[in-house]
Design a protein around this ligand. Structure first.
Ligand SMILES: C[C@](O)(CO)[C@H](O)COP(=O)(O)OP(=O)(O)OC[C@H]1O[C@@H](n2ccc(N)nc2=O)[C@H](O)[C@@H]1O
Ligand SMILES: Nc1ncnc2c1ncn2[C@@H]1O[C@H](COP(=O)(O)OP(=O)(O)OP(=O)(O)O)[C@@H](O)[C@H]1O
Length: 278
C-alpha cells in the first residue's frame, strides 16, 4: 500500500497579468500550503477503482472524470484500488482536486515503480497540479507551469481557512474579470523576516479574482470580513478563485481561538486552522 497527503494550496497573492490566445490567463502568484488536506491511498489490484470516504465525500460523487482517476490514467493503464479520504471542500479555491491529482501521481509512482508523467501531461490535469506536485512555497507564473523557488524560507505563521459553503466554479470567475492586464508582483520578492513583514507585503498585493468572485458569490466578502475581524488576524484575503478565504496569524493560539469563534458564529461554514507550510 502507498499513501500521499494532498495539502491545501493557498494563493497568498494572485495577480492576473494577461491572457493567452487559447483563453488561459497568465498569473503571478505567491503560493503556500496549509497543513490540512485529503489523503490518497493506493493498493495493488487488477482494475482501476476509486472509493471516496471522509467528511467531504458527500459533495463529490465518484465519477470517471474525478481528478484522481484522470491522474491514474495519465500514469499509464495499470490497475489499482484507490481510496480518497476527502476533507477539503470541493470547488473552493484551495486546489483540492489538483492536490488529489498530485498525491495520486506520487502514490502510484511508488506503487507501480514508474516515473511521473512529463510536465505537459501534468499541466493538462489542471493548472494547479504542477504547483501541488512541487508541494512547497513558490512564486507561480505562466498559466501555472512556471515555478520559481522563494529567496528564503517563509516566516513561521498560521492560517485560518474559512469557506462559507458555496462552491464557486473557476471558469466563470476568470470570465467575470474586469481587466486581464493587471500589474505583476515586484520583480524581486522580499525575504520576509516575520509574519508581520509578510502581512505588510501582502497588504500591498492583490487577488485579482476576488472582485469577480464576490460579484458571483457575495458570501466571499462576508467570509473575508469575519476573518479580518478576529483578534490577531494580520490580513485576510480570498484564495484562488474562491470562495475559501484565509486569515494570516503570527501564532498558533490566536489562530485556534479565531477558528473556534468563527465555528460558533457560523455553524454552516467549513473552518480549519493550520500551520502555514513552506
Ligand atoms: C485560480 C487558480 O486556482 C490559481 O492557483 C488556478 O489557476 C486554477 O487552477 P485549476 O483549478 O487547476 O484550473 P484548470 O482546471 O486547469 O482550469 C479551470 C478553468 O480555469 C480557467 N483558467 C485556469 C488557469 C489559468 N491560468 N487560466 C484560466 O483561465 C480556464 O477557464 C479553465 O478552463
Ligand atoms: N478529487 C477531486 N476533488 C475535488 N474536486 C474534483 C476532484 N475531481 C474532480 N473534481 C472536480 O473539479 C472541480 C474543481 O475542484 P477543486 O476542489 O480542485 O476546485 P478549486 O479548489 O476551486 O481549485 P483551484 O484552487 O485549483 O481553482 C470541481 O468542480 C469538482 O467537481
Amino acid at each position: 500500500m502507498t499513501e500521499a497527503f494532498a495539502r491545501a494550496k493557498i494563493n497568498l497573492t494572485l495577480h492576473v497579468t494577461g491572457q493567452r490566445p487559447d483563453g488561459y490567463h497568465l498569473l503571478d502568484s505567491l503560493v503556500v500550503f496549509a497543513d490540512v488536506g485529503d489523503r490518497v491511498r493506493t493498493e495493488p489490484a487488477e482494475a482501476l477503482s476509486l472509493a471516496i470516504t471522509g467528511p467531504q465525500a458527500v459533495n463529490l460523487p465518484v465519477s470517471d472524470d474525478n481528478l484522481v482517476l484522470r491522474a491514474a490514467r495519465a500514469m499509464g493503464g495499470q490497475g489499482a484500488r484507490i481510496t480518497l479520504e476527502k476533507h477539503l471542500p470541493v470547488a473552493s479555491g484551495i486546489g483540492g482536486g489538483s492536490a488529489d491529482a498530485a498525491a495520486t501521481l506520487k502514490a502510484l509512482a511508488e506503487l507501480w515503480q514508474r516515473p511521473l508523467p512529463e510536465a505537459a501531461a501534468v499541466l493538462r490535469l489542471g493548472a494547479d497540479v504542477p504547483v501541488c506536485l512541487e508541494g512547497r512555497a513558490v512564486r507561480m507564473a505562466g498559466v501555472g507551469e512556471i515555478l520559481e523557488p522563494l529567496a528564503g524560507p517563509l516566516p513561521p505563521a498560521w492560517l485560518v481557512l474559512a469557506n462559507p459553503g458555496v462552491s464557486v466554479p473557476t471558469p466563470p470567475v476568470f470570465k467575470a474579470l474586469a481587466r486581464r492586464d493587471n500589474p505583476p508582483m515586484p520583480e524581486r520578492l522580499p525575504d520576509w523576516g516575520s509574519a508581520d513583514e509578510l502581512a505588510a507585503f501582502l497588504a500591498a498585493m492583490r487577488n485579482d479574482l476576488e472582485a469577480p468572485a464576490i460579484a458571483l458569490a457575495p458570501e466571499v466578502a462576508e467570509t473575508r470580513a469575519a476573518l479580518a475581524a478576529e483578534p490577531g488576524c494580520l490580513i485576510a484575503r480570498m484564495s484562488g478563485s474562491g470562495a475559501t478565504c484565509f486569515g494570516l496569524f503570527a501564532e498558533e493560539r490566536p489562530a485556534r481561538a479565531a477558528a473556534e469563534a468563527l465555528r460558533a458564529a457560523h455553524p454552516g461554514w467549513w473552518i480549519e486552522p493550520a500551520r502555514m507550510a513552506g
